[in-house]
Every structure is written in C-alpha cells, then in structure tokens.
Design a protein around this ligand. Structure first.
Ligand code: AP5
Length: 216
C-alpha cells in the first residue's frame, strides 16, 4: 500500500500516520522528520535546511526530492509506505510520479486531513513531543496528557511559535492547496474531516480506504 498524507500544519498527519503504520504494517516516511534530522546532524545541508524551516518556508524542491529518493531506496518497504509532507508543491507532484514509476510502485490514494485554520493554530501551540519515542502529545486534548514525570522531558518544536505558525499556514495555502486541487482533478483524493477526536478521524480513514479497495 502506498499513501500520501496531506493537510495543513497541525492537521494531524503525524498522529494518523502512526495509526496507519500499526494497522497496515507500512512504513511512515516524513519529510519534516528527515529534514529535522539533517538539521540536528549539523551537516552543511542541515544548516541550509534550518534557514527555511525556522522561518516557516519550504525547503527547495531539489533537496527534499533527493532525500525522498534516498529513503525509498533503503530497501525496507516491503508493504509500502505512507508519506507525510511530500509532495507539497506542484513541482513535487511530477517528481514523486517519476520516483514511483522508476521503482515500479503505484500510488493507492492521497488522504487529505481537513481541519480549519483556527483549530490547527491551537493544536500547534499545545503540541509537545517526546524526543525518546517520537510520541506526539496535545496538552489540551482530554486523555492525551502525559504523566508529570514524562512531561518534563517533552519538547516543543522550534517552528511551533505563533509568528512561524502563521507563516507555515500561509505557505500551505499558497503552495500546497494547489497540490490538493491537482490530486482532486486526478481522482486520487480522499478527504476526511480532521476536526474530530483522533480515533474518529482514523475510523473514517479506514472506512474510506476499505471502500476504495472494494471498488477496485
Ligand atoms: P512537517 O514536519 O511536515 O510539518 P507540518 O506539515 O507543518 O505538519 P506538522 O508536523 O506540524 O503537523 P501534523 O499535521 O503532522 O500534525 P500532528 O499529528 O503533529 O514540516 C516541517 C517543515 O519542513 C516545513 O514547514 C518545511 O519547512 C519543511 N518541509 C517538510 N516537507 C517539505 C517538502 N515536501 N518540501 C519543502 N519543505 C518541506 O498534530 C499536531 C498537534 O495536534 C499534536 O499536538 C497532536 O497531538 C494534535 N492532534 C492531532 N490530531 C488531533 C485531533 N484529531 N484532535 C486533537 N488534537 C490532535
């Protein structure tokens, strides 16, 4: 199975990707995580990437596409993958198509998680991440609050500051909404309402995926 997860910053792509991994045995590929790893490594690429991410701008297509190609060639994707954060510009659609075709892989669906801007702004301000497990928390979501001894080690992403969130949303509207439109026109888009509890969003994704499989 090969899926793209697309949606605004904070729409819940990472949260739903973890559930898809557990349920379908596929691998989560996150361009955001790969780029942050490059930043933490302190490499020349990481230093360059940080100048874009820290301001809420997109990293140039060529760098991200190279990372995606290298990731797909690692040989650990027997059941496929869910890619979260790519393609994110119209230019990346063509690159992704080329990458998939040249590796005899076929895209099954593009899952769009749709959440209003005011909801994602609150979510991103309340997001904390466990650096040891990668588990994502929403400090304001009932039942999602970590134990106090765990909470002390949680971190906030550098780009989850109010002024950068605003820029990320405007970049999303300008660069990524056209990607969604293109996949809609290609008949590959599955849209789910992401402004509900994570379990309800996931139930909806599962339903839509299984009805798509039945109709094929
Ligand atoms: P990336 O890491 O991909 O960030 P993003 O798209 O802004 O998305 P987020 O990771 O912020 O949010 P999410 O949708 O995964 O939500 P999450 O599940 O964490 O990219 C970062 C940067 O890298 C970009 O800005 C860009 O610079 C660069 N980049 C990446 N890909 C690129 C590309 N292809 N080209 C160029 N540049 C690229 O959830 C958010 C919060 O909400 C959490 O607290 C979570 O617990 C909570 N939550 C989730 N679901 C729910 C729910 N249903 N109800 C209540 N709370 C919820």
């Amino acid at each position: 199975m090969h899926l793209i997860l697309i949606g605004a910053p904070g729409s819940g792509k990472g949260t739903q990707a973890r559930r898809l991994v557990k349920t379908y045995g596929i691998v989560h590929i996150s361009t955001g995580d790969m780029l942050r790893e490059a930043v933490h490594s302190g490499s020349d690429l990481g230093v360059l990437v940080n100048t874009y991410i820290s301001q809420g701008h997109l990293v140039p297509d060529t760098h991200v596409t190279t990372l995606v190609e290298e990731r797909l060639d690692r040989g650990d994707l027997p059941n496929g993958f869910v890619i979260d954060g790519y393609p994110r510009t119209v230019g990346q659609i063509g690159e992704f198509d080329r990458i998939m075709k040249s590796r005899q892989r076929t895209l099954d669906a593009v899952l769009r998680i749709d959440v209003p801007a005011e909801v994602v702004i609150n979510r991103l301000s309340d997001r904390r991440i466990d650096p040891e497990t990668g588990r994502i928390y929403n400090l304001n979501l009932e039942g999602d609050h970590p134990d106090p001894d765990l909470e002390v080690r949680l971190v906030q992403r550098n780009d989850d500051r109010p002024e950068i969130i605003k820029q990320r949303l405007s970049t999303y509207n300008a660069e990524t909404l056209p990607v969604i439109e293109q996949y809609r026109e290609m008949g590959q888009l599955i849209e789910v309402n992401g402004a509900r509890a994570p379990s309800l969003v996931f139930a909806s994704i599962q339903r839509r995926l299984s009805s798509q499989t039945e109709s094929q």
